[in-house]
Design a protein around this ligand. Structure first.
Ligand code: ADP
Ligand code: ZN
Length: 709
């Protein structure tokens, strides 16, 4: 089974090896077992049901919550030569009947639909009438959870599949890891028998950086400067800010589009489509922009405002780098964010218990911001996953963050809050500590306070950083009225009394704060490769437009990059590039070879026909496809294939895709007599009109090779 799966992986998808749990999951489902798959974004969940769908008889039914997700997968499968369709409300009755007819004729391998459509009685009855269902895949299975923010009531009805189709394997997939969601999925979808496959939730290709917010727009520009031409998402909290930042970036020469719930549906859909189809666009968005964004080559996610929880942070940053290439998660965060979120929380509706939970979540987010050790270790630890070593791929690891003993200054700061009456914001408090003799200070008579001017040893920025960290750690509270005044909290007493000391993070100089991963995405391509890289991308863009699909559906960046690095000169070499399956090799192989070779019109020079032919057959091409690629007759191809089989350079399965019963019949015909194998001509009449003679030559060669051993 696994061998067959491997072959499909190479032939259809063009990949050499399964990743992580993929192999085990595929084996489980292909053998008819249920599975619950928890895998991070970009982990490769789709293959986990697409490969079993191809291995098993019958139609595979895939439930997906969003049209955009379905369309993307159908387009991708289409390009791979796999028959897949999405049934959605945008199709008219005629088109739907047509699809039903094709399904009944067994012409469709994968059917994508929304949960509400699947559970319609008519649809269920239709599926029950089919001779066989290969499997049910329930994508984004966390939508069944009432506590998550992606809850979709229709998902609750999917539980009935267990009773209606007791013999059909079901696989549920999600990138949401927490225990509670996991148990809810199992219970509500009746997946008690499912084997669970839990992957690491680490996203090793993402570089995490969190910088203190000073001049956010300028900082954002500095961050973007090294990433010109990359696609990314900038998250902001408010609609207004989204609009402003999008306009600002566009002005500055970074093409950007706004996205938030206040825009019309049409405009949102249009911006989303542009983001998917064009390269190098930046989406400036509220968190309304999220699920359904399967664009694999989002190179960065930047936060200009603090998310409310680590769950949100992980999910939002996780939209970067699904393709596994280096990507950046960058965030600027400051005291204002903390104040704002704390106030929002205080003013929110809901019972005390709920508020406490939210408060804990925010505290965990703040702790990550002020973390002095490895960010990745801290992030994963929150999700109960232990990373034994610091990652070496986040800002704290790579910049060697310093801590300093802030015990004394912290006490001065707390004392300034207390002596001035626990009602002033950070600006005024810093003025006091620095001994600034300004109007406000004078009018309040604060120049007479004992703390006035005691803090001249630190610079203004250092004081601000200190106040931010005091609030983030809960040593000082923000007033509830919304003026940003600070108060002492109960937990600061031990510090004031001198019972504990306080180590704080030393903020880095701003010039550091723009740097990303050492191999930032736009530096993936070295100077001298640029020209060819752009040429490859231009060709991809052209093909994508012709086919009406996003560029990454033609080839992902990783595949283009591998072409650039390995410089295939022949189709056989091209077939070895990860992500180039048989269908794409046939469709696009030559065009990309031309760009790489630079020779526009010269036909590909086949250095060694036999060698090339063997490689193409191994890559999964049919004899007809090979003939057209090598520009020779099909008959010739069959002869060469038979020859290669005879020399055992190629197996029969690699050369031909024959149904098993037909193959058996041919073999029986050859083996019927005694002694020597009869010549092809002797049995050919039995198969006239059913098989080409060349096929018989190949089968004969295989039998002969077998007997000679
Ligand atoms: P998920 O749904 O888990 O977010 P996808 O299924 O979209 O992830 O896969 C992410 C990317 O990784 C896709 O571009 C996919 O083609 C690629 N991929 C998946 N499995 C493999 C593999 N075994 N080898 C190489 N690339 C893979
Ligand atoms: Zn680290």
């Amino acid at each position: 089974m696994l061998e067959q799966a491997q072959r499909i992986l190479k032939d259809i998808f063009g990949y050499d090896a399964f990743r992580g749990n993929q192999g085990a999951i595929i084996e489980r489902v292909a053998n008819g077992g249920d599975a619950l798959v928890l895998m991070p974004t970009g982990g490769g969940k789709s293959l986990c049901f697409q490969v079993p769908a191809l291995l098993r008889e019958g139609l595979a039914v895939v439930v997906s919550p969003l049209i955009a997700l379905m369309d993307d997968q159908v387009a991708t499968l289409d390009e791979l030569g796999v028959a897949a369709v999405a049934l959605n409300s945008s199709l008219d009755a005629e088109a739907q009947r047509e699809i039903a007819a094709r399904i009944e004729r067994g012409e469709i391998k994968l059917l994508y639909l929304a949960p509400e459509r699947l559970v319609q009685p008519r649809m269920l009855a239709f599926l029950q009438r089919l001779p066989q269902i290969a499997l049910f895949a329930i994508d984004e299975a966390h939508c069944v959870s009432q506590w998550g923010h992606d809850f979709r009531p229709e998902y609750l009805q999917l539980g009935q599949l267990a009773e209606l189709f007791p013999t059909v394997p079901r696989i549920a997939l999600t990138a949401t890891a927490d225990m509670r969601t996991r148990e809810e999925i199992v219970n509500r979808l009746h997946l008690q028998q499912a084997e669970r496959f839990l992957s690491s939730f680490d996203r090793p290709n993402i570089f995490y950086r969190i910088v203190p917010k000073e001049q956010p727009r300028k900082q954002l520009l500095a961050f973007l400067a090294a990433r010109k031409g990359d696609a990314g998402i900038v998250y902001c909290l408010s609609r207004k800010k989204v609009e402003e930042v999008a306009a600002f970036l566009s002005e500055q020469g970074f093409p950007a589009l706004p996205y938030h719930a206040g825009l019309s549906n049409e405009l949102r859909a249009y911006h989303q489509k542009r983001f998917l189809n064009e390269e190098g666009l930046i989406m400036v968005a509220t968190i309304a922009f999220g699920m359904g964004i399967d664009k694999p080559n989002v190179r960065f996610v930047a936060h200009l405002d603090l998310p409310k929880s680590l769950e949100a942070y992980y999910q939002e940053t996780g939209r970067a780098g699904r393709d596994g290439l280096p990507a950046d998660a960058w965030m600027a965060y400051g005291l204002q964010d903390v104040i704002f979120l704390k106030q929002m929380l205080n003013n929110s509706e809901g019972d005390e218990r709920h508020k406490r939970v939210e408060q804990h979540k925010l505290d965990a987010m703040l702790a990550l911001c002020e973390e002095t050790r490895c960010r990745r270790q801290a992030l994963l630890a929150y999700f109960d996953e232990e990373l034994p070593q610091p990652c070496g791929h986040c800002d704290t690891c790579s910049d060697d963050v310093q801590t300093w003993d802030a015990t004394e200054p912290a006490r001065q700061a707390l004392s300034a809050i207390y002596r001035s009456g626990q009602r002033y914001g950070v600006g005024h408090l810093v003025d006091l500590l620095l001994g600034r003799d300004n109007d406000k200070v004078r009018s309040l008579g604060h120049q007479h306070l004992s703390v006035f001017g005691v803090g001249k040893a630190l610079a203004e920025g250092e004081w601000r950083s200190l106040f931010r960290q005091l609030v983030a750690r809960g040593l000082a509270d923000v007033d509830l009225e919304g003026y940003g005044g600070l108060r002492l909290s109960d937990s600061c007493r031990p510090l004031l009394r001198g019972e504990v000391s306080l180590q704080l993070r030393r903020d880095l100089k701003p010039q550091h704060s723009a740097k990303g991963s050492s191999s930032a995405a736009s530096q993936l391509v070295r100077g001298e490769e640029r020209e060819q890289w752009e040429a490859l991308r231009a060709l991809r863009r052209k093909l994508a437009e012709e086919h009406g699909v996003p560029p990454y559906v033609i080839f992902p960046d990783a595949t283009l990059l591998e072409m650039l690095r390995s410089q295939p000169g022949t189709l056989a070499e091209m077939a070895r590039v990860s992500g180039v399956g048989a269908r794409k090799l046939e469709r696009y192989g030559e065009a990309f070879l031309e760009v790489l070779g630079g020779a526009a019109d010269a036909p590909p020079v086949v250095v060694d026909l036999r060698h090339e032919l063997i490689s193409l057959a191994r890559a999964g091409m049919t004899p007809a496809q090979i003939a057209s690629q090598l520009r020779c007759s099909e008959r010739n191809v069959f002869n060469l294939l038979a020859e290669a089989i005879g020399r055992q350079q190629l197996s029969l399965e690699q050369a031909l895709d024959l149904p098993e019963d037909l193959l058996g019949e041919v073999q029986d015909a050859f083996l019927d007599g005694e002694g020597e194998l009869p010549p092809v001509a002797a049995i050919a009449p039995l198969f006239v009109g059913r098989l080409e003679e060349g096929v018989l030559h190949c089968v004969r060669a295989a039998l002969q090779a077998e007997f000679e051993v």
